[in-house]
Design a protein around this ligand. Structure first.
Ligand code: FES
Length: 170
């Protein structure tokens, strides 16, 4: 329905570039500086684009493959911007047994994107995640960091509607 707008890469955005440089400078000499830099960039910029990863590698004098390796290993990192709201599906054992796959299927139908993707209006990202420690409530869906337990597929549409309603009211 809506076209995907391609925002300018943060590295070339005059407002974001100083933040990126500051984050790198703060941690360049630390042990484990790469992880700190990537964490801070993810938190403050929202994602780690390919140019940002190359820039980090160059600044820390490490191979870009090492940066790619860390970014792809941890699901916390994303290489494209997340949507304004993130709905995660726990695929830990209890939630798997509890039927998380039916919920993921339902989300695909209701929202029209796959886990790992964002709606074209940038509103909702679907993700899968590991056990969030609420196994007794399985299956668990995490909406913007809030756990919702014992979710039935029939309730999922309502959950999505609530996210969009809050958005409309904001
Ligand atoms: S397996 Fe989903 S909360 Fe533990």
């Amino acid at each position: 329905m809506m076209s995907t707008t391609q925002p300018i890469d943060p590295l070339y955005n005059p407002k974001l570039r100083p933040i990126i440089d500051e984050i790198i400078e703060e941690s360049i000499d630390l042990d484990g500086g790469l992880m700190v830099v990537l964490n801070n960039l993810q938190s403050r910029i929202g994602y780690l684009s390919a140019p940002m990863q190359e820039y980090v590698a160059e600044s820390l004098s490490i191979p870009v493959s090492k940066v790619h390796g860390v970014v792809s290993f941890y699901s916390f990192f994303t290489t494209i911007p997340r949507g304004k709201h993130v709905i995660k599906f726990c695929i830990g054992t209890a939630c798997y047994v509890g039927g998380i796959n039916q919920l993921i299927d339902k989300a695909r139908q209701v929202i029209g994107v796959e886990p790992g993707q964002t709606t074209s209006d940038g509103m909702i990202t679907l993700e899968i995640c590991r056990c969030v420690g609420a196994c007794s409530q399985a299956p668990v869906v995490v909406v913007d960091e809030v756990n919702i337990g014992r979710v039935k597929p029939s309730r999922l549409e309502k959950i999505v509607q609530n996210v969009l309603k809050e958005e409309a009211a904001a």
